[in-house]
Design a protein around this ligand. Structure first.
Ligand SMILES: [Zn+2]
Length: 114
């Protein structure tokens, strides 16, 4: 049915990459939280305190983005199943092939993305 590098293949390799990213970020987040909760941590007096709090925020926001992206990929796979993949969710027009090749999980055409 689909070519070797068709949308299904693109989406599944993107999905595998994103799952790995979520795993890695979850591990990072856990270790930052551990650092925050360790007895040595004192955010009033430890000059490192702000750095750890900042780092935790950064990792948390990256993790959130990666999870959102994973949802987008799953949505795109569902659209592929239902035959609406490649159709802009805003204007209903077709999404350009080059755009899908670089952002396989996108749901809007380049015009609506602006
Ligand atoms: Zn559109």
């Amino acid at each position: 049915m689909s070519a070797p590098d068709g949308p299904a293949a693109l989406l599944s390799s993107e999905r595998a990459r994103t799952v790995e990213q979520v795993d890695a970020l979850t591990r990072d987040f856990d270790s930052v939280v551990e650092a925050c909760e360790s007895d040595a941590y004192d955010d009033e007096h430890d000059p490192e305190g702000h750095t750890i709090a900042y780092e935790r925020q950064q990792v948390a926001s990256l993790l959130r983005e990666a999870k959102v992206h994973l949802t987008e990929i799953d949505d795109a796979l569902a659209r592929l199943d239902s035959g609406t993949y490649g159709t802009c969710g805003v204007c209903g027009g077709p999404i350009a092939g080059e755009r899908l090749a670089t952002r396989p999980a996108t749901r809007t055409c380049i015009t609506c993305a602006r």
